[in-house]
Design a protein around this ligand. Structure first.
Ligand code: Q46
Ligand code: ZN
Length: 311
């Protein structure tokens, strides 16, 4: 199989685009897709300071590498969840990456340790407040990400969500007709409260497979194992179903998600969006100042319960 852009041997076939690329042409394709996402969705400009949420996995580390390669001002935040060997191994990958790719470009890695800051790891905290680990984890990661972005005056927060993640999330929301979540899904989410950074997903045009190939070609070493808490998650099931559809009918994932975005864009231009409505309802938490619909945010409520259970 030959690369469609040059006479070299291809390393990856991309059926949804009827194409195949060698290593350097894949690198160019992936970076062009990211640049297109940034421009068409007006995510940020070269003057903005970006905070990337990194986990040690291929998506977030690849995103950080691409933003730096494209010349953006991107630092990263790693939240150490304290999940035994998994957290230790993923942190090691992030630190190695920072030394190799970020430090030479004067980019910083910030690390927050949940155990040190909250007095217990994510599993213990979730048990204490009787919530599923992943739901407690989501609240805690969101809180730290927001807090660091605000304290260090970042303009925008970026996550490594890719086309597979977004299509699986959309499928989950559609299957349950969760319309309020549907309205809040997208690659560019404006700041929910004045003074907070917006959230963007510059990898939304790329599949997991394309990102894994890019990481391999560009020697990005990442943690391959999934978080042990992800086992049995619905998201993995939805991804599997979409992959089966994609094999039979290439382009299914892209059409499913991109058509949704087109519909959303059309609706937004004719009616006030849910995000706009949300912004009027959200207010700063009375304890920490983070955006919330109540008077105290979910994070502060959760930590208060955890602390009273710890004494
Ligand atoms: S890190 Fe956290 Fe995920 Fe692990 S505990 Fe669940 S939510 S699975 S993205
Ligand atoms: Zn709060």
């Amino acid at each position: 199989m030959r690369c469609r852009k040059c006479p070299t041997r291809a390393v990856i076939k991309i059926p949804r685009h009827h194409t195949a690329f060698c290593g350097p042409c894949l690198t160019e394709f992936v970076r062009t897709q990211v640049q297109r996402a940034i421009k068409t969705e007006r995510m940020f400009t070269p003057d903005d300071r970006i905070l990337v949420a990194v986990s040690g996995g291929k998506d977030s580390l690849t995103l950080w590498e691409i933003l730096l390669a494209l010349g953006y001002r991107a630092d990263a935040l790693y939240v150490d969840l304290g999940i035994g060997g998994y957290s230790a191994r993923s942190r090691e990958k992030v630190e190695q990456f920072a030394q190799q790719f970020a430090e030479p470009r004067q980019a910083r890695l910030l690390v927050h340790q949940i155990k040190e800051e909250e007095g217990a790891g994510i599993r213990e905290l979730a048990d204490l407040v009787r919530r599923p680990t992943c739901s407690a984890c989501g609240t805690i990661k969101r809180y730290h990400f927001n807090r660091v972005a605000l304290a260090n005056q970042y303009d925008v927060m970026a996550t490594g969500h890719n086309l597979d993640d977004e299509a699986a999330r959309l499928l989950g929301n559609v299957l349950r007709w969760q319309e309020d979540y549907l309205h809040k899904q997208g690659p560019n989410l404006p700041a929910s409260v004045e003074g907070f950074a917006k959230k963007v997903k510059p990898l939304y045009r790329l599949t997991e497979r394309e990102i894994a190939a890019y990481a391999l070609v560009n020697r990005i070493d990442y943690i391959v194992e999934e978080c042990p808490m992800a086992k049995g998650s619905k998201m993995l099931l939805y991804k599997d179903v979409l992959n089966r559809l994609e094999t039979e009918s290439p382009g299914t994932k892209q059409t499913f998600y991109w058509r949704f975005l087109e519909r959303q864009a059309n609706q937004t231009s004719t009616a006030p969006s849910m995000q706009d409505t949300d912004r009027t309802v959200l207010q700063p938490c009375r304890l920490c100042g983070q955006p919330t619909t109540a008077d105290t945010c979910m994070y502060c409520k959760m930590m208060a319960r955890a602390k009273s259970a710890l004494v």
